[in-house]
Ligand binder design. Sequence first.
Ligand SMILES: [Zn+2]
Length: 298
Amino acid sequence: MRSRSLLLLAMASILRGQSLALTFDDGPDLKAVGLPRAQAMNAAILKALGEGKVKSILFACGKRVDSPEGWAMVRAWGDAGHLVGNHSYTHPYLNSKKLDLAAFEADVAKMDALLRPVPGFTKLFRFPFLKEGDTAEKRDGFRAWLQAQGYRNGAVTIDASDWYYDSRFLAWKEAHPGADPAPFRKAYLAHLWDRAQYYEGLAQQLGLKGVKHTLLLHTNELNAAFLPDVIAMFRAKGWIVVDAKAAFADPVFSRQPSTLPAGESLLWSLAKEKGLPGLRFPGEDGDYEKPLLDAQGF
Ligand SMILES: [Zn+2]
């Protein structure tokens, strides 16, 4: 009897608890960082996910990975039991007036054809820069096209600026060779925790308590260095790290907010649609983080 009530208590806390999946964009850019670093980064991230018993998703971007070595790194995700989604071929900015719907669709279709033989491939699409269109025609046209192709939006609920922290981390490491990275790790974890709490707050204001979050991360040096700490931090704070597949099954990911320009975090868009006050645009940016890192001497 006692063990049964303990079990019920544990289940209740799981039901109450916050949860998130880790999602990774782009893939290691071997042209930018060189093959050995790209392979080391990819391996470090996959190792951290494996040791943390976390199943994730890589939204691969064609121009970064379209080489035999690049595809081998993408396939390693599927081989390890992670999902692989579509993040376009050239990473186009859909909110640009110069980009029309047909060109955007062709870019995504090109990547789709390349992804089909990849293990773990799933028809989830992550918008580059989280930009979903500057006009109703582009926004709704692309949504209809995605659906016709059997795709769903691999939306982000917790947006963050790990890409900016990564650029500062690389600069800081170069300026401080051999220095202990613990202070930088602390700043990065604080950023992710701050953003998770912010977007969880939006979810609660929207009546979406218990939503399964998707956190936006990138395949970069920062996460190669600190991903085990990221996973440990969320668990220590009582969050459950769920599989990406389970997170994207949450009904919130079928929502299609009618905002323009469209995009940002899904929760940000839903909040915008509802008229919640105090939303900044863009939802996240390096400009918001620069003063914080400058003040800490990074
Ligand atoms: Zn991207």
